[in-house]
Design a protein around this ligand. Structure first.
Ligand SMILES: CC/C=C\C/C=C/C(=O)SCCNC(=O)CCNC(=O)[C@H](O)C(C)(C)COP(=O)(O)OP(=O)(O)OC[C@H]1O[C@@H](n2cnc3c(N)ncnc32)[C@H](O)[C@@H]1OP(=O)(O)O
Length: 724
């Protein structure tokens, strides 16, 4: 505790724990001591609580949830202590007040915030609920609907919205601390009863029961097996049904349940994994390319679906863009699409189109003039996946672009070294694998080739950061990390159809596991023709397939021609109205099981002498997930990625892996590596012609070493990638 100024009647309690003033056990102890001291000091007439370095607090120290001393000091009783103070307590909110930080502010009698501050109760995102009485105070302050929304989604809200909701009493544009001191002085001596949220009733709704019923259904639908949102709901519901103290007891029970859950452990792992991945890679090289990214001009070629999303993403990040297409027809089509995307993005933002300023040619221009490339610092090529075309473009780029320009290729599988070989500067060529839609998806896989320089890697990481994406640096191999792990997963899904399952059964199993979308619904959405083109290119199907090749074998391994057969019949998925499912029309979105497909599968099995069998959910999950995980171990052993956390971050942010399961490698660690190995051995014996089911040597090594924790896995490998 300190005084605002000598002889001031306002005591200041500063939450100080850089970088985000997390409420560690020590901070909590100091907060409690400060409160008691201020309370006991007759010269103190009011108290102000603030943070250090322009941030109030990011809430409880997340690392503390998995350490034994976490129970030593509880936040709830401290929040009660604040509220019961006989002296007015004012929260001065700058920067962020999140989780336990906001709960501290809710205990205060007055809340004043800087206009740029953000507030929220994001506990749900780390598998918890606001367990310091927040689920009981917030509905009393802003009403049940708004509180429920904040608590079950964990969203951050800006101070302006907080003011409208009544979450803060005042917002200021200038010195928050001084304004809070003024407020504290002003309210000295005023009655505190009406300011104590625990004494307020929860505002009544016209039909609380109906509202809660609907809200619960919505929460459950979105949660897909994720427990925390539903328990958050239960805690808020308790506020509507019970007196404050009983509601708090219920909140504690629910909090304890979540605290000891595997889901909370997984989500907290994911939180730190994401940050560790960025930190590791940003420290790879001394500095990015000269110049600050945000003031440099970027250009990319190709205005197809990916290019449109990438352009939108760059403009949103306020990075000047020159967009190039091969001819005016494609350019105009691309321009229209990009402008449409930007209009929609602008509508979601405060300040709208003006903020993005995308009608300004200095920010975004469209051209068919390749020579404009001569002056740009970074190129993102985004033409479709055709090696010959990409090489032709890179050859041209290498001739036209200035010597220092970074040359990025947006590819999901192609060999970066081969693309780089078409240039005279392979050290400046790098893969940037964006995910569709590129202006929405957070993941950016960054692929370095044999000659890519550390500076080029660091520049690409900076780009990811500027685009507010999670950049993960990986090595060069077919499919890189994400798609390479996806191949065996999809392969198993199709094999399961051959053996007796149906697309809807496989999708259901994986969606129940928590995936946003199962493999067949996904394939219909992305278009079956994409994979078909790639398989034709690899000589696995189509005219280049040697005559006499067995229908279900390629290179001595099992192969399923099912996706090719659908494509040959023009079933490309949603775009043609038929794929693994049927749709109301071409371009329709609602997948309906298709009797035609069912009978097609039966005929297929008959014609290949496959006996249809019932396949249960367990087998679907084990074969799809464990083959994907097995590939992950191979990737780690080859040095394509530098740690299991990187694979998990890729899967959570790019492939719809349920975050509450922590990513595939974390999931493997939770079910136990001996279990994964035993299952792979079993399925591999049953399907000896499927190499991807054969347990990876690294997995076997880890099991032999006694199933060490995930953090230690990499120490069992002698060879590490030189660049990671
Ligand atoms: C006893 C209490 C009982 C119950 C109720 C209370 C529960 C809680 O409060 S749970 C915590 C709720 N708060 C959050 O979930 C916020 C999490 N943090 C964030 O969302 C972001 O970090 C941020 C918005 C606060 C800042 O974002 P940004 O500026 O992009 O920085 P970083 O994310 O890279 O974070 C910087 C640095 O700080 C570490 N960190 C952030 N928050 C916490 C935290 N609450 N506890 C511990 N550490 C935190 C983060 O990991 C980064 O450090 P490293 O790079 O070393 O990992």
């Amino acid at each position: 505790m300190e005084r605002y100024a000598r002889s001031s009647a306002v005591a200041v309690i500063r939450l100080r724990n850089p970088p985000v003033n997390a409420l560690s056990v020590e901070v909590l102890q100091a907060l409690e001591d400060g409160l008691k001291k201020a309370e006991a000091d007759p010269s103190v007439k009011a108290i102000m609580i603030c943070g250090e370095n322009g941030k109030f607090s990011a809430g409880a120290d997340i690392r503390g949830f998995s350490t034994p001393k976490r129970h030593r000091v509880a936040l709830g009783p401290i929040v009660s202590l604040i509220e019961s103070s006989e002296k007015p307590v004012v929260a001065a909110i700058e920067g962020i007040a999140l989780g336990g930080g906001l709960e501290v502010a809710l205990g205060c009698h007055y809340r004043l915030a800087h206009v740029k501050a953000q507030m929220g109760l994001p506990e749900v995102t780390i598998g918890l609920l606001p367990g310091a009485e927040g689920t009981q105070r917030l509905p009393r302050l802003i009403g049940v609907p708004a509180a429920l929304d904040m608590i079950t989604t964990g969203k951050h809200i800006p101070a302006t919205e907080a003011l409208k909701l009544g979450l803060v009493d005042e917002i200021v544009e200038e010195n928050t601390i001084e304004a809070a001191i003024r407020l504290a002085n002003k309210v000295i001596g005023q009655p505190l009863g009406p300011r104590r949220l625990s004494l307020k009733p929860v505002p009544k709704l016209p039909n609380t029961d109906a509202f809660l019923r609907e809200a619960l259904a919505k929460v459950k639908k979105q949660a897909r097996g994720f427990l925390a949102p539903e328990l958050c709901f239960q805690a808020v519901k308790a506020a509507t049904e019970r007196p404050f103290a009983e509601g708090v007891r219920r909140e504690r029970e629910l909090f304890q349940r979540l605290l000891s859950s595997e889901q909370a452990r997984a989500l907290q792992y994911a939180f730190f994994a994401e940050r560790a991945v960025s930190r590791d890679h940003l420290s790879l090289a001394p500095s990015p390319l000269p110049g600050t990214l945000l003031s440099d001009v970027y250009i990319y070629t190709g205005l197809g679906t990916m290019g449109q999303g990438i352009a939108t993403s760059l403009v949103k990040a306020k990075i000047p863009v020159v967009a190039l297409e091969q001819d005016l027809e494609y350019l105009n089509k691309g321009r229209k699409a990009v402008m449409g995307l930007l209009e929609r993005e602008a509508m979601k933002m405060e300040g709208g189109a003006q903020t993005l300023d995308f009608h300004n040619p200095a920010r975004l221009q469209f051209t068919v003039d390749f020579d404009l490339l001569s002056d740009v610092d970074l190129v993102i090529e985004a033409v479709f996946e055709d090696m010959a075309l990409k090489k032709e473009i890179f050859h041209k780029l290498s001739k036209i672009c200035k010597p220092g320009a970074l040359l990025c290729t947006n590819t999901s599988a192609l060999n970066i070294d081969e693309i780089a070989s078409a240039t005279s500067r392979p050290q400046q060529v790098i893969g940037t694998h964006f995910f569709s839609p590129a202006h929405v998806m957070r993941l950016l896989e960054i692929i370095y080739g044999r000659h890519t320089s550390p500076t080029a890697i660091a520049t690409a990481m900076q780009l990811a950061k500027a685009l507010k994406k999670v950049g993960v640096v990986v090595g060069n191999c077919f499919g890189f990390v994400g798609n390479r792990m996806m191949f065996p997963y999809v392969e198993q899904a199709v094999f399961l159809l051959e053996e007796g399952s149906r697309p809807e059964a496989v999708d259901q199993a994986l969606e129940d596991f928590g995936f946003k979308i199962g493999p067949f619904r996904m394939s219909d959405l992305a278009g079956l023709d994409v994979g078909w083109r790639s398989r034709k290119g690899q000589g696995l199907t189509g005219p280049s397939l040697p005559a006499g090749t067995a229908a279900r074998q390629r290179h001595g391994q099992r192969y399923s021609p099912l996706p090719d057969l659908l494509c040959e019949r023009g079933r490309f998925g949603q775009k043609t109205g038929k794929g693994w499912y049927q749709y109301e029309k071409a371009g329709g979105r609602t997948a309906v099981p298709d009797p035609w497909l069912h009978s097609f599968l039966s005929q297929y099995r008959d014609s290949h002498g496959i006996k249809t069998r019932y396949i249960d959910q367990e087998e679907i999950l084990e074969r799809c997930l464990f083959s994907l995980i097995n590939e992950g171990f191979a990737i780690l052993a080859e040095g394509i990625a530098s740690a299991p956390e990187h694979l998990d971050v890729i899967y959570i942010n790019g492939y719809g892996w349920p975050k509450h399961r922590g990513g595939p490698m974390f999931y493997a660690s939770t079910v136990g590596l001996p279990h994964v190995l035993a299952k792979l051995q079993k399925y591999s014996e049953a399907h000896p012609d499927v190499p991807k089911l054969r347990p990876s040597a690294f997995l076997k090594k880890l099991v032999a070493a006694g199933n060490p924790p995930l953090k230690e896995w990499m120490s069992y490998l002698s060879r590490q990638s030189p660049k990671l």
